[in-house]
Design a binder for this molecule. Structure first.
Ligand code: SF4
Length: 519
C-alpha cells in the first residue's frame, strides 16, 4: 500500500498475498518496516490481522509492565509469553528454516501497517503503538542469529558505522581507559560502532558510551538501544504523516469500514474507564461501600483518611480527586464530599475560594479548562509522601508491618504471599485476586481506575470468579490494565506547590500554565 502522493493507484479484488516478498522480508527476521506491503487483502483478513497484532502488542505491553532486571530477562519473558499462545507463536521469531517463515514475515509486515493505519489519528494511540512495537523489535533483534543481524544492519542503512581497525588503533589509549581493559590488545578486540550523539543519549547516563569529537562510540552489545531509538523515531514520524495520505486509503471503502469499526471498538473499550462518559454516575453516599468493595488500596487508604481526619493534603486531593472524577463522581458531588469533610474542621464559608476552585479545575471548569487525566500507578509510585500525607502507592511506600495492618481481612496465607512479592504492581494484582476471591491472578494492575473498573465487573458478575483477566483485551491504549489515555497529568502536576487551593488565585493561573497540554 503506497500512501505517497502520486503513487499509482491499484485496484484489486479478494485475497492475493504477495508472491515475491520485498527484499527486506525475504532476507531477515528483524524489520524496520521500511517497505509497506504492496497488496491489499480481503477486508476479513485485514480485520483478523488487526486483531492478531493488537493481541500481540497487548501481550508485549503486559510483559513490559512487569519489572525485569535486564533486557535479556525481559526478552526471555516476552518470548515465553508469545510462544505460549498458539496463534501468536510464529510471531516471536521470524527467521529460521521453517517453510512458513515467509508467510509469517508477510503477515507481520501487513499487520504492522494496518495497525498503524488504525491507530495513527490519536497521540495516545500513537505513543502506545510506538512503545510496544519498539519492545517487540528488541525481542526480535535479540533472538535473531548473528548472520541475520548482520544482514539487517546491511540493508537498513543506519546512520552509524563499525569502527575500523585503524580508527581503533588511534583511539586505543582512550579505549583502554574507558573499557578498563588490561592491555591495548584487549581494547582493540572490542567491536565498536560510531554513532551520532543524539541516538546514544539513553546510554550516556548509564556511562556506556565513549565520546570523542562529538561522536559516541559504543560496544556492539549496546547497539540494540541505539537502533530502538531510531526505530521509535522513524515509526513516530511515519504515524504522524499517515493522516495526510488518508484520502488514498479512504478510496477503498471496504478497508475504510474495517478501520472505522476497529477504531470505534478500541475507542469504546478505552472509554469504559470513563464512567461519566458512559452515563454512569457515582453518588458520594455510595463511596464508603465502593471504597471497601472496589477501590485499590491507595484510594481506599485516602478515602478512609478523608473520613477520619477530614482533610487531605494537596497531592492527596489531586490523586484522589482525579480518581473520583474518572470513576464517575460528578463535579457537584465531589465538591459536596470535600466540603462536608473539610467543613468539619475548617471554616466552611472559605471552602469555595480555597478548595472549591481546585476541584472545579480538576474537572476542567476553571483556568484553561483542560480535562485532566487520572494518575496511573507508575506516576503514583513515584510519589514520596511526607509527614501527614497519605498519597502514593502503599504497596511501595509502606513497610511490611504497616502494610499488614492495611491488609486486615485477608487470609494469613494470602497476606504472606503479597508480602513475599517486591513489585508493587504485582502485590496489587495479588491483592485484587485475593480480595475478589479469584482463582487465578488478574493481569498486572497498572492504573487505579482500571482496578476499579475490573472490580465492579467481577463483583457484579459471578462468571468472573472462575476466570483471570480476559485475554487478548487491549491493554495500554484501550485496556483496563493501563489507561494511558488518563495518565498524562501526573508528571506535570507533581511540581505543583503543596498549598494549592489555599493561596491566592494568581498561583492557580501559574498552575494552569504548568498543566497545559496534559490532557
Ligand atoms: Fe494503587 Fe496502583 Fe499501587 Fe495498586 S499498584 S495501590 S492501584 S498505585
Amino acid at each position: 500500500m503506497d500512501f505517497k502522493p502520486g503513487a499509482r493507484k491499484k485496484r484489486r479484488k479478494g485475497i492475493r498475498l504477495i508472491d515475491e516478498p520485498p527484499t527486506e522480508i525475504a532476507d531477515c527476521g528483524v524489520s524496520l518496516y521500511q517497505s509497506p506491503p504492496t497488496d491489499l487483502l480481503d477486508s476479513c483478513d485485514v480485520e483478523t490481522l488487526l486483531q492478531e497484532r493488537m493481541k500481540l502488542l497487548n501481550m508485549v505491553a503486559l510483559v513490559s509492565e512487569r519489572k525485569h532486571r535486564s533486557v535479556p530477562e525481559f526478552v526471555a519473558a516476552l518470548e515465553n509469553e508469545i510462544r505460549s499462545d498458539p496463534v501468536l507463536k510464529p510471531y516471536a521469531r521470524l527467521s529460521g528454516t521453517s517453510v512458513d517463515v515467509d508467510q509469517y514475515r508477510l503477515r507481520d509486515l501487513q499487520s504492522h501497517y494496518f495497525l498503524c493505519l488504525a491507530m495513527c489519528k490519536s497521540e495516545e494511540k500513537r505513543r502506545w503503538l510506538v512503545k510496544n512495537e519498539a519492545d517487540l523489535f528488541v525481542l526480535r533483534f535479540h533472538i535473531e542469529s548473528l548472520q541475520g543481524r548482520k544482514k539487517f544492519l546491511e540493508i537498513s542503512r543506519f546512520p552509524f558505522k563499525m569502527v575500523s581497525e585503524e580508527e581503533k588503533k588511534a583511539l586505543a589509549p582512550h579505549l583502554v581507559k574507558w573499557c578498563q581493559a588490561d592491555t591495548l590488545e584487549a581494547a582493540s578486540k572490542l567491536t565498536m560502532y560510531r554513532v551520532p550523539f543524539r541516538y546514544a543519549l539513553a546510554l550516556v547516563s548509564k556511562l556506556k558510551v565513549f565520546i570523542h569529537r562529538g561522536m559516541a562510540f559504543i560496544e556492539e552489545r549496546e547497539l540494540v538501544h541505539v537502533i530502538k531509538t531510531i526505530f521509535k523515531d522513524r515509526l513516530m514520524v511515519f504515524l504522524k504523516t499517515i493522516p495526510y495520505y488518508m484520502s488514498r486509503v479512504e478510496e477503498d471503502q471496504a478497508l475504510k469500514q474495517v478501520l472505522e469499526r476497529f477504531e470505534a471498538r478500541t475507542d469504546k473499550e478505552s472509554s469504559e474507564f470513563n464512567h461519566s462518559a458512559s452515563g454512569t454516575s457515582v453518588r458520594r453516599q455510595e463511596l464508603d461501600m465502593l471504597a471497601e468493595e472496589s477501590f485499590p488500596l491507595c484510594m481506599r487508604f485516602m478515602h478512609r483518611s478523608l473520613r477520619e481526619t477530614h482533610h487531605l493534603k494537596h497531592m492527596g486531593r489531586m490523586q484522589y480527586g482525579l480518581f473520583l472524577k474518572w470513576i464517575g463522581v460528578p463535579l457537584e458531588e465531589s465538591i459536596e464530599l470535600f466540603k462536608e469533610e473539610f467543613g468539619k474542621v475548617r471554616d466552611p464559608t472559605k471552602f469555595d475560594r480555597t478548595y472549591g476552585y481546585s476541584i472545579r479545575h480538576n474537572y476542567g471548569k476553571e483556568g484553561k479548562r483542560v480535562n485532566y487525566s487520572a494518575y496511573n500507578c507508575e506516576s503514583i509510585a513515584k510519589a514520596v509522601p511526607g509527614a501527614g500525607e497519605v498519597h502514593g502507592c502503599p504497596f511501595k511506600n509502606m513497610d511490611n508491618r504497616m502494610l499488614r495492618t492495611k491488609l486486615k481481612g485477608l487470609k494469613e496465607d494470602d497476606i504472606q504471599s503479597i508480602l513475599a512479592q517486591t513489585d508493587p504492581k504485582m502485590r496489587c494484582s495479588m491483592f485484587f485476586q485475593f480480595s475478589h476471591g479469584l482463582e487465578k491472578p488478574h493481569s498486572v494492575i497498572s492504573h487505579p481506575n482500571g482496578y476499579f473498573l475490573w472490580s465492579r465487573m467481577v463483583r457484579q458478575d459471578d462468571r468472573f470468579k472462575k476466570m483471570s483477566a480476559p485475554q487478548g483485551r487491549p491493554s495500554t491504549g484501550p485496556s483496563p490494565s493501563d489507561t494511558s489515555l488518563m495518565d498524562t497529568s501526573a508528571q506535570e502536576s507533581k511540581d505543583i506547590p503543596d498549598d494549592w487551593g489555599t493561596d491566592d488565585l494568581g498561583d492557580l493561573e501559574d498552575l494552569d500554565v504548568m498543566l497545559k497540554g496534559c490532557s
